[in-house]
Design a protein around this ligand. Structure first.
Ligand SMILES: Nc1ncnc2c1ncn2[C@@H]1O[C@H](COP(=O)(O)OP(=O)(O)OP(=O)(O)O)[C@@H](O)[C@H]1O
Ligand SMILES: [Mg+2]
Length: 435
């Protein structure tokens, strides 16, 4: 097996922004995303759920236009759908009333090649992807793994220049996914498919490391390219050796330290650092107070320290990332050498009774959460009460409409729980609780 990569630039996004909605409802999903993909490259786009991975893929494939910026294929600006691209979707997207063969044939619906050539290509794709003998089966008659094979065959039958995949293995059980990954990678590395480049979207770190030449890590809210990392050499990629573990760990560290410069996390100087914009308010991570409490207690029971990989076997990354961020903001925990640990205060919190917990939370909210500081200042300055709409008006200068509401809700929930203020749903007013 050899690395397929050469220097020919194939696809490129330049300062791509995507904003959905209009007026007050505007939300920036993708922020200034510039990325280059070369011939022979297998690129993984890795990011937490909701970070805009699917949106970015849709922009790259020309399915939707960027709000600002450009996408170039062979250095020519893309206008509309890129017909050198095929996409494999997470949910297979098969037609239940069509047989396997007819589903695969759909890939060639708009092709101008002869019927004879079409039939040959369909047969070849069906054989290559391990569907031989299933031509006449219907989707309901085959397993999830076989369904996704149909998804792959339908994409590959087109012989696309670029194969795009949006979480193609995430709906499959562990073993099936692993087999299919291996088969696809082998087809690709042994050049059994004419595809020149593969771009895969995933939120699975291990999967990205197992397959890609380049891993592009996104941050969320808005989606932004945080860093691009070189993948492992093809020889060791699928083996779970020490360099595999090391890269997976580095990526965990980068993703669980959203504010840290990835460069300082990685010792290798080969990677592209991205500076993050300063904002007057932190973006409060979305984790409920009861989950926060439960996870902190769980961590305490595990001796106050646990490897993030271990935690990730029970807690999804979508909970784990906000949890870590919130613990960090509140000074209750931190990450060191890929382990999440409780600080002394975090330990006191975990051991405390409800009243003690509240006192700690109260103090930490006032000391560390900028939105709470703003609300408290307003409450203490004025008549000890303010209207949420005034806080929102203020926040709109810094957050898109929907995000401002979410941020305010998060701050309110915590402040109320800690006994800093109360909130009246009927009047929409926040009132200071005086001690
Ligand atoms: N057409 C749309 N209009 C408005 N908002 C949208 C639209 N499409 C996506 N979004 C929003 O953009 C954000 C990013 O969505 P996207 O599906 O690209 O993320 P993702 O990283 O693929 O997430 P997941 O891991 O859940 O697949 C989400 O908050 C989503 O609600
Ligand atoms: Mg998605």
């Amino acid at each position: 097996m050899t690395n397929n990569k050469n220097q020919n630039l194939l696809l490129r996004s330049e300062h791509v922004w995507k904003v959905f909605g209009d007026g007050n409802e505007k939300k920036t999903i993708l922020k200034d995303m510039s990325m280059s993909v070369h011939e022979g490259e297998f690129v993984a786009i890795l990011g937490p759920s909701g970070s805009g991975k699917s949106t970015f893929l849709r922009v790259l494939s020309g399915l939707i236009p960027p709000t600002e910026g450009h996408v170039y294929m062979h250095e020519k600006e893309l206008q509309g759908i890129n017909n050198e691209v095929s996409i494999v979707f997470q949910n297979f997207a098969l037609y239940p009333w069509l047989t396997v063969r007819k589903n695969v044939a759909l890939g060639l619906l708009h092709s101008t090649i002869s019927e004879e050539e079409k039939e040959k290509r369909i047969t070849d794709a069906i054989h290559a992807i391990g569907l031989k003998g299933f031509d006449d089966a219907f989707p309901r008659e085959i397993s999830g793994g076989m369904k996704q094979r149909v998804g792959f065959a339908r994409a590959l039958v087109v012989q696309p220049t670029i194969l795009m995949m949006d979480e193609p293995f995430s709906a499959l059980d562990v073993l099936t996914a692993e087999n299919l990954r291996h088969e696809l990678l082998t087809l690709w590395l042994e050049k059994k498919i004419p595809t020149k480049t593969i771009i895969m979207v995933t939120h699975n770190i291990d999967e990205a490391v197992s397959m890609a030449d380049k891993v592009c890590i996104l941050s969320s809210n808005p989606g932004e390219i945080r860093v691009e990392l070189e993948g492992l050499p093809v020889e060791t990629r699928m083996q779970k050796g020490s360099d595999h573990t090391e890269l997976v760990d580095s990526i965990y560290q980068i993703m669980t330290n959203p504010k840290k410069n990835p460069q300082t996390i990685l010792h290798d100087g080969n990677h592209i650092p991205i500076t993050l914009e300063e904002s007057p308010y932190q973006v409060l991570p979305q984790i409920g107070i009861s989950k926060l409490k439960a996870y902190i207690k769980k961590l305490m029971l595990q001796g106050g320290k646990e490897s993030i990989r271990e935690l990730n076997t029970n807690i999804s990354l979508d909970d784990l990332l906000p949890l870590i961020e919130m613990m960090d903001i509140l000074g209750l925990g931190g990450v060191e050498e890929n382990r999440l640990f409780l600080t002394e205060l975090g330990d006191a919190y975990a051991h405390g009774n409800t009243e003690e917990e509240k006192q700690i939370l109260k103090k930490q909210l006032i000391a560390n959460v900028s939105l709470i500081q703003f609300i408290m200042q307003q409450l203490e300055d004025g008549k000890h009460t303010i209207h949420t709409s005034d806080v929102l008006k203020h926040l709109h200068a810094y957050f898109p409409h929907q995000d401002a509401i979410i941020q305010l809700k998060t701050a309110l929930t915590m402040g109320i729980y800690a006994g800093l203020f109360s909130y009246n749903r009927q009047t929409g007013r926040i009132s200071l609780i005086e001690n």
